[in-house]
Design a protein around this ligand. Structure first.
Ligand code: SAM
Length: 296
């Protein structure tokens, strides 16, 4: 894997490694005030930088994972969309999510319990130290059970159990490599209840359209409803990101569905900065060329 390199000037630059399935030949460079931490776990290289434009950032194996500045976009899209598609999510599983952002979003709802299965305890340990604004009090919430383990193995122990499963994984390399296989997705479906919903961070629409299409097609093989939601996340290379949500529940737009969402959102009174009912449905509208690339 190409090493990420720095231009040592007064202020340094961090350049991201290429992401898998990347067709863009684009990598982003972010001006860095200083590197806060660099270390290796048994699974990956872990780095934290303090940057001018995005605040503190987490980098795993040279690929940016999340930033203080725009993590709310990513975590609200990844979590609030499935939480509002499902009529009453009570038992939620997060696979990955070591920064605690997804956990924090799910716990905004009156859920009974959230299991979070993260393979690398060092990611949790250092995110709590360097990025506490992302997880806030989530790791201390009594409804959360944090399990250090491989999500690929964990999921096999459950059948017809979870209302919601959120795959908040790094790119499909290293420990997350096999977690885009049809076999894994079938295990996810088996672990879901009949009307369960799964939400996946499915990569960049501009740089990784092939990856988005692969995930979409595999989901289409096992779920009747599959929606690709789009959001721009400035700290991700080229910004244009996708979240794939699938279920047996009808996920299609209807005025009645929107009204139900608005009523629930109003009653919940949760503080969100990105997600709101209109964007829940409008974010599934993709431009023609991307729709064709993904669905063909
Ligand atoms: N928000 C990031 C993004 O946008 O891609 C990803 C969130 S989080 C940092 C990704 C996490 O997935 C990492 O902490 C990594 O250790 C974890 N992970 C990777 N493979 C895993 C596996 N097989 N089981 C559980 N966790 C895994």
């Amino acid at each position: 894997m190409k090493k990420n390199f720095w231009i040592f000037k007064k202020n340094q630059w961090f350049f991201e490694n290429e992401v898998p399935f990347d067709e863009s030949e684009i990598v982003i460079g972010i001006k860095v005030k200083r590197r806060l931490y660099s270390g290796k776990s048994p699974y990956q290289k872990i780095e934290f930088f303090d940057t001018f434009s995005f605040g503190k950032i987490l980098v795993l194996d040279g690929i940016l994972q999340t930033s203080e500045k725009d993590e709310f976009i990513y975590h609200e899209m990844l979590c609030q969309i499935p939480m509002f598609y499902h009529p009453n999510p009570q038992k939620v599983l997060i696979i990955g999510g070591g920064d605690g952002g997804a956990l924090e979003e799910v716990l905004k709802h009156p859920v009974k319990k959230v299991w979070m299965v993260e393979i690398d305890e060092k990611v949790i340990q250092y995110c709590r130290k360097y990025l506490p604004s992302i997880s806030k009090k989530a790791f201390k919430d009594k409804r959360a059970e944090i399990i250090i383990g491989n999500g690929k193995k964990f999921i096999k122990k459950y059948k017809n159990f979870f209302d919601l499963i959120i795959l908040d994984l790094s790119d499909p390399l290293g420990p997350a490599k096999d977690l885009i296989s049809l076999k894994f997705y079938k295990d996810v479906k088996r672990a879901l209840k009949e009307k369960g919903v799964v939400s996946i961070q499915s990569g960049s629409l501009t740089c990784q359209p092939k990856l988005v299409a692969i995930i979409y097609k595999r989901m289409r093989k096992i779920f009747p409803y599959v929606k690709v939601h789009r959001a721009v996340i400035p700290s991700y290379q080229a910004g244009d990101y996708s979240f794939t949500v699938a279920s047996k529940l009808n996920l299609d737009y209807s005025l009645a569905a929107k009204k139900k969402l608005e009523k629930r959102f109003k009653k919940l009174k949760i503080n969100l900065q990105y997600w709101f009912p209109e964007i829940h449905f409008s974010s599934t509208v993709l431009p023609k060329h991307l729709k064709e690339k993904i669905e063909k």
